[in-house]
Every structure is written in C-alpha cells, then in structure tokens.
Design a protein around this ligand. Structure first.
Ligand code: SF4
Ligand code: SF4
Length: 598
C-alpha cells in the first residue's frame, strides 16, 4: 500500500476542469447572494436555523437526485434524469467509501478517488467491510449508462419519450453535452482495460476486461484514462456556461426558496438563481399553445425566454410574446416563477415614460347605487352588456343592495398595465381604486373578471373587504338558499379561465353552479391543465392570426366533449371563444340568469 501514488499526467484535464468549475460557481453564487435585497438576506438569516433548512435538504434529495417532479410529468424522462443525478452521486459516494475501506484513514487527493482503479492495481481485490465494492460500482455505472442510452435515444426520437419538441442547444450546451456523452463510456473502457490487464474488475468491467484483454496494452489503457479525464475536464469547464449549471444551482435555489426568498416584478439578484436553475429540459414546450397552435411565433416560449435572459440577449419581442397563462409554470419541474420573471423583464424593457397619465382619475367617482356589496365589473365586462344585465338580475334576485363601482365607466383595475410592464402606472391605479372602495364602506367586493380578481387579491391591501369572483358569489347564494335555479337538460362544458383557475385556484364554485342547471362535460385538458382562450391581455404582442389559431384549437377541444354550450367565467375568454366559431358561449352569470327560478 505504501507504494501507492495518486499522481499522473492524465489527471491534469480533470484537475483543471474541477478548479475552473468551482471557481466560477463560487464567484457567481457569492456575487448573487451579496446582491440580494436586504430584506431577503434577513429572511435567509432567520430561516437558516429553522425547520425550513431541513425541509430544503429533503427537497434537494427528492428533486435534485430523485427528480420526483419529472417522474410525475414523464416517467421515462424521470428515469433518465435520476440515472444521471442519483447514479453519478452514488458513484462518487460509494467510490469514496471504497477508498476508505481499502486505504483506511490515509489522505487521498481528489483524483485518487476519481481514478481509483488506475492507481490501485497493486491492491488485493475482494470484498471490504463485507461489501463487494467492485460489483456495486459496476452496477452503478451500468445504471448511469442506461440513462445515457435513453438520453441518446431522446435526441434522435424525442417523441418516443413523450416529448414533441426538444430545445435547441447553445454552443456551451453542445460542448458540455458532447463531453458528457463520452464521460461514462470512457470510464467503462478505461476501467475494463485496467481490469483486463490486471485480472480485476466487477461483473461489468471484469467481463468486458476479459474480452478486451487480448487487445489491451498499457498504452491503450493510458489513452483511455486520458480520454476519461479530458471528457470530465471539458464538461466541468463548459458546465457553468451551459444548461448543466442547473445541476448545482437548483440546490441554493431550493434553500433560498424555503427561506422565503422570491422573485418579484422588480428584477433582483434572486432571479439569477432561478434562471440558471433552468435545465432547458423543454418540458415547458409541449403544454405551450404558442408552440402547439401558433408556430410562426418562433422561439418565445419560457425555455427560450429564460435562455435569452441568461445570456443577456433578451428582446422585447420575446419578453412580450406570451399569454402568461401559467400552463408551463405548472409543469416546470424546477418550480420556476416563470410568469414573475417575465413580468420583471417586461418592466425592465418597458420604455413607456413614467408620467402622471392617470392623474385625471384622482377624485373621479362615477359609481352608483349603495350597499355593503360592491360590484366591480372591469373593462372587459363593461364591453359585455349581457353579463352586466345578468349580474343586475342576480343581485335583485338575491336581495343584495349593490354599490356599482364602475357601471358608468371607471378606472382600470391595474393588472393590464402591470402585465405590460407599466408597473408604476399600475400602482397608481391600485391606490386610486383602493381609496374609492374604502370611501364607500363596502364589506364585499364582487367582480366578474378574473383579471381584476387576481390583482385585487394579490396587489391591493383591502383589509376588511372580502373580494370574491362572481362564481364564488353565485355558489354561496345557491348553497345559502338565497336563489334557486331551475335544472335543464342541456350538456354544458366549462372553460377554466387562466387567471381564475391557475391564477386564483378557483375551480369548484363554477362547476357547482353549472351542475345545478345541467350536465357538465369536461374537456380533455381541464382544471390546472386547462387551455388558455388565446386572447390573454398579457399577450398583446401576439398577432391576431396566432390568437385566432389558438382560440380555434380550444374551441374544437370543447366540441369534442359533445356539449351544446361552452360556459366560461371571464368576459375576455367569452369573446375569444365566441370568435373561434365553434359552440355557443355564455358567461356563468348569463347561465345563472337564464335559470333563475321565478
Ligand atoms: S423553464 Fe422549467 S420546464 Fe422549461 S426548460 Fe426550464 S426547467 Fe424545464
Ligand atoms: S405562459 Fe403560457 S403562453 Fe407563455 S410560455 Fe408559458 S405556456 Fe406558453
């Protein structure tokens, strides 16, 4: 054992690679961390000694190594990612144990663990601590190689792995990926040649070594170890500049998130952790309707938006071309705040000067009526007189005295401005409306528009005023016996508006109301997976043709339910779905009005 040495020329590429990798990672993480807003650093200080840290460590295990979320979306992809992450981590951990089992407490430099087989040919082989390490290491290597085969297959035939599209690679990705293809096959060849020359090895390397033995020479063996070391070195150097940076970055992201740090509409340093934790897995591509139904929009989906932002060539077109429907965010296995990141970019790229455009609205009050229940129709409902009329009939039937906030036209709720990046103007709107609601002393605020609902709930401070969507209001009226509805024989299908479903988590109340008047036929993609109508106010940069194409595809998905009518709970969705020219469309308020008994 004394004659063992752990130095050889071929380890240089590996050592250089590891050094570059850790230097770059250290520089990036420290820089991002010290630039976090002070309140976020305070959250970190408070969270570090809490249970959140234990939960973060567990999440790192389940997500960074086991890739639980990817398994849920696509088991084949889950297997592929787990075999790389868990398999490689175990190869390192078990390899380290093997070193300790064979050499006791003796100091072994890093390369000694990594190229253990090469440096320890003079050691006696056989189980240590009752464990056949060679067999275990071979099994782990086989596990990683099986993932590699799957990854290769995915590049050739992604559809076979349940992915219609894979992402385009950057130069950094190509270099890192090319070296990654070689790392484990080179390790197999190198270890097998060493086994063949020295009569060692486990079931895999020993068997392959026996096959290669007639060809094996010390020169060939050394060439294979050089190949393995170069592949590792190139991968490690390319890693921080490629998608593979996500391997390390997901860890601090999880801890920071668990300690309460979040991205906000104003870009900040935490965004870097989110952006570089994106693995460019492409899972967000298939659910995107801009990808499915409006192909001419180009590379604008979340994966490309994140890529462009990471490499500082994000354009306003890419930032603005998105429905912000949340379908990709719901699927992202890393749990990235994709909508918030995009909002931040829209805000930064927004070139509308901050002015006092909405000063005219100060003190403006066009409201009418009086009551503890306030009704905010919102711009889109004001353009849908049938919904307004239906709401009036329902308020009368329920016996509620209502204060109409904006019947004669009012000010915007602020969300459309926020979504277009005009965050300061949106803040003005929020302040003006809050003053208006407070002035009239309402205790409940009903709105028919999910866009308004979301901004009221997320951005307004309306303590003492309960904000409800009209679907929730109707469901309450029904369950409280304040209105009764006559049941019909019609089959209805329901479209979950993005802002109401994924945005506010409201799925049940509209369904309860629909089931009170007819049969409900759900479309194939529903609730959390519901399709966007295609006309989101967040997608103003999307052409009319693309919007119509997306609307038509949604309409035909509803036709396939066999329903006679589409019901939705958003004035904007109603207009978009009606334009699709498929089934008749009504808002939930109109449906309730139609079935009001008496
Ligand atoms: S945004 Fe999420 S789903 Fe999309 S490529 Fe990145 S990690 Fe994958
Ligand atoms: S938010 Fe919707 S439209 Fe935008 S990229 Fe994601 S899935 Fe596509």
């Amino acid at each position: 054992m004394d004659g063992l040495t752990f130095y050889h020329g071929f380890v240089v590429p590996f050592i250089v690679g590891v050094s570059v990798l850790f230097a770059v990672i250290f520089y990036k993480y420290v820089r991002w961390f010290v630039r976090l807003p002070r309140r976020d650093r305070r959250k970190v200080r408070r969270g570090i000694f809490s249970f959140a840290t234990i939960r973060a460590a567990w999440e790192c295990f389940t997500e960074c190594l086991l890739h639980r979320r990817i398994w849920r979306v696509n088991p084949l992809l889950g297997y592929m990612h787990t075999s790389f992450a868990l398999g490689w981590a175990l190869l390192i951990a078990v390899g380290w144990l093997e070193t300790v089992a064979c050499l006791g407490g003796r100091f072994v430099p890093l390369q000694g663990h990594i190229f253990f087989k090469f440096f320890t040919t003079s050691l006696e082989h056989g189980p240590r601590w009752g464990i056949d390490f060679e067999a275990v290491m071979d099994l782990l290597l086989l596990y990683v190689l099986s993932g590699l085969v799957l990854a290769l297959f995915k590049r050739i035939r992604s559809r076979a792995l349940g992915m219609k599209r894979t992402t385009r690679l950057t130069l950094g990705d190509k270099v890192a990926l090319s070296s990654l293809w070689f790392i484990f096959p080179m390790r197999l060849v190198a270890e097998s040649l060493t086994s063949g020359l020295h009569g060692s090895g486990g079931p895999l390397t020993g068997t392959l070594g026996a096959v290669l033995a007639p060809l094996a020479t010390p020169g060939l063996e050394l060439a294979a170890w050089w190949g393995y070391s170069i592949a590792l070195g190139v991968f490690f150097v390319a890693m921080p500049f490629s998608r593979y940076m996500h391997i390390f970055t997901e860890v601090p992201l999880i801890f920071l998130r668990r300690w309460g740090v979040r991205s906000e509409v104003r870009e900040n340093s935490f965004d870097h952790f989110q952006i570089e934790a994106c693995s460019r897995c492409g899972i967000c591509l298939d659910p995107c309707q801009m990808q499915r139904d409006a192909r001419d929009l180009g590379e604008v989906q979340s994966v490309y938006f994140i890529r462009d932002r990471r490499y500082n060539h994000l354009t306003r077109r890419v930032a603005d071309t998105c429905l912000m429907c949340g379908r990709c965010e719901g699927r992202c296995p890393v749990g990235l705040q994709l909508d918030t990141l995009r909002l931040g970019s829209r805000r930064s790229l927004n070139d509308t000067p901050a002015d006092d455009r909405y000063a005219y609205a100060r003190g403006r009050d066009t409201s009418s009526g009086e009551g503890k229940v306030g009704y905010f129709a919102g711009c889109m409902t004001l353009l849908s007189p049938r919904i307004l009329k239906a709401m009036e009939s329902i308020f009368i039937a329920a016996g509620d005295d209502v204060w109409w906030a904006d019947r004669e036209g009012g000010v915007c709720c602020g969300r459309p401005m926020k979504l277009s990046g005009e965050v300061d103007a949106a803040r003005d709107m929020v302040r003006l409306n809050t003053e208006l609601f407070r002035k009239h002393g309402i205790t409940t605020l009903v709105t028919s528009c999910p866009i308004c609902l979301r901004v009221f709930r997320e951005d307004y401070s309306l303590d003492g005023i309960e904000v409800v969507h009209h679907s929730e209001y109707f469901a309450r009226l029904l369950s409280g016996g304040r209105i009764t509805l006559s049941a019909g024989s019609e089959t209805l299908t329901y479209h979950d508006p993005c802002e109401l479903g994924r945005g506010c988590g409201i799925y049940e109340p509209p369904r309860e109301v629909i089931k009170a008047v007819g049969a409900l036929a759900e479309p194939a993609e529903t609730r959390e997976h519901a399709l966007c109508c295609g006309a989101s106010i967040a997608g103003n940069a999307i052409s009319g043709t693309a919007t119509l194409a997306m609307g038509r595809a949604v309409g035909s998905a509803f036709e396939q339910t066999g329903a006679q009518t589409i019901v939705t709970a958003c004035p904007l969705c109603k207009k978009a779905l009606a334009r699709s020219g498929t089934l008749p469309v009504v808002d939930l308020a109109e449906l309730v009005e139609r079935h009001l008994a008496g």
